[in-house]
Design a protein around this ligand. Structure first.
Ligand code: AQP
Length: 325
C-alpha cells in the first residue's frame, strides 16, 4: 500500500513563489509515490477576518492554482476543508487534550496575535489544533510544508502520541517533509523575514499571478547586500535568497548557478532572474483558467467524497476510544 501525504494552503491573499517552492512544488513531485490529500484550508483562513464573498472566490481560485501547479486530480485528492466536517469535529476532541502552555509557545500565534493578545481571536490561538486534526484524520505518513510550519507539525506529533497513549493506538505519527532548498523563501524587501501573503508590502513577494512587468520591477527593486559576488553565502542573506529562487526555478545545481554568474554583476543577475521567473510562471498562468466551473466543482465534490470516507473512519475510532460513541 502507498504511504499517505497530506498538505494544504489557506485561501487568503495571493499565493507567492515561497508557497510554490516551499510546498506546492513538492506536492506535485510526491503525488506519484504517495496517496496524496491536498486540502484548501478555508477554516484556517477565518482565524483572521475575511470578506465572505472574497473568501469563497479565493477558495475556488486556490483549487485552480493547485491544478495549474500540476496537482493531478486523477492521482491526488483535492478538496475543501469545510466540505469534510470531521476536521472541525476532531479539532474539538484534540483541543481537549492540548495544553494552553503548548499553544502559547507557538511562534505563529506570537507573530500574528502579538499586537494585542487581549483582542486576538481564540481561533488564531487554536489554529495548530485544527492543523493537527487535518493531518491526523488521514493517518498521514508525510506532511510536505515550509519551514514555518515545522513547530505546528511537532505539536501534531505530540498530540497524536498523547492520544495514542491515553486512549489506545489510533493515529499514525506523521513526519515533516521540509525541502533542503526553498523551505523558507525570504521577502525581496527584507531577507530577514519570510515571503508572506500577509506582508503589507507587495514588493516583498512575487505572486504566482503577477505579470511580467510586475515581476521584473520587483526583482529590480529587491534589496541586495554588500559585496558584489553572486554566490550562496549565509552572511549575505539577500543574494542567497535570490540565487535560491533562481536555482529552484531553473532546476540548475548550486554549483552551476555560481559558475554561470561568476564575474557578472547584480544588474545582469537580476535581469536573468526576472526572465527565469517570467518564463517559469507563464505556462502556469496559462493553465490557471483551464478548468471551467463545472469541471472544477466535480473535482472538488469527488475529492470531498474520497476524503470523507477516510476522515469518517478515523473520527469513528476516536469517538469509540473516547467513549463518545
Ligand atoms: N516564504 C515561504 N517559503 C517557503 N514556504 C512557505 N510557505 C509559506 N510561506 C513560505 C509554505 O506554503 C504553504 C502554504 O502556506 P499557507 O497558505 O498555509 O500560509 P502560511 O504558511 O501562513 O504562508 P504565508 O504565505 O506567509 O501566509 P500568511 O501571510 O497568511 O501567513 C505552507 O506549507 C507553508 O509552510
Amino acid at each position: 500500500m502507498k504511504k499517505r501525504i497530506f498538505s494544504g494552503a489557506q485561501p487568503t491573499g495571493s499565493l507567492h513563489i515561497g508557497n510554490y517552492l516551499g510546498a506546492l512544488k513538492n506536492w506535485v513531485a510526491l503525488q506519484d509515490e504517495y496517496e496524496a490529500f491536498y486540502c484548501i484550508v478555508n477554516l484556517h483562513a477565518i482565524t483572521l477576518p475575511q470578506d465572505p464573498k472574497t473568501l469563497r472566490q479565493k477558495t475556488l481560485d486556490l483549487a485552480r492554482i493547485y491544478l495549474a501547479a500540476g496537482v493531478d486530480p486523477e492521482k491526488s485528492t483535492i478538496f475543501i476543508q469545510s466540505d469534510v466536517p470531521e476536521h472541525a469535529e476532531l479539532t474539538w476532541v484534540l483541543s481537549c487534550i492540548t495544553r494552553m502552555g503548548e499553544l502559547e509557545r507557538m511562534t505563529q500565534f506570537k507573530d500574528k496575535g502579538k499586537e494585542n493578545t487581549e483582542r486576538a481571536g481564540v481561533g488564531l490561538f487554536t489554529y495548530p489544533v485544527l492543523m493537527a486534526a487535518d493531518i491526523l484524520l488521514y493517518q498521514t505518513d508525510l506532511v510536505p510544508v515550509g519551514q514555518d510550519q515545522k513547530q505546528h507539525l511537532e505539536l501534531t506529533r505530540d498530540l497524536a502520541e498523547r492520544f495514542n497513549r491515553d486512549f489506545g493506538e489510533t493515529f499514525k505519527i506523521p513526519e515533516p517533509y521540509i525541502p533542503k532548498a526553498g523551505a523558507s523563501i525570504k521577502s525581496l524587501q527584507d531577507p530577514s523575514k519570510k515571503m508572506s501573503k500577509s506582508d503589507d508590502n507587495p514588493n516583498g513577494s512575487i505572486f504566482l499571478l503577477d505579470d511580467a512587468d510586475a515581476i521584473t520591477k520587483k526583482i529590480k527593486r529587491a534589496v541586495t547586500d554588500s559585496g558584489t559576488d553572486i554566490t550562496f553565502d549565509e552572511s549575505r542573506p539577500a543574494i542567497t535568497n535570490l540565487l535560491t529562487i533562481y536555482q529552484l526555478l531553473t532546476g540548475k545545481s548550486r554549483e552551476d548557478c555560481v559558475e554561470h554568474f561568476a564575474g557578472k554583476g547584480y544588474g545582469h543577475f537580476k535581469a536573468e532572474l526576472a526572465e527565469a521567473a517570467v518564463e517559469f510562471l507563464r505556462p502556469f498562468q496559462e493553465r490557471v483558467n483551464e478548468y471551467d466551473d463545472a469541471s472544477l466543482n466535480t473535482i472538488l465534490k469527488n475529492g470531498a467524497e474520497k476524503a470523507s470516507a477516510v476522515a469518517a473512519f478515523t473520527l469513528d475510532q476516536v469517538y469509540k476510544r473516547t467513549g463518545i460513541k
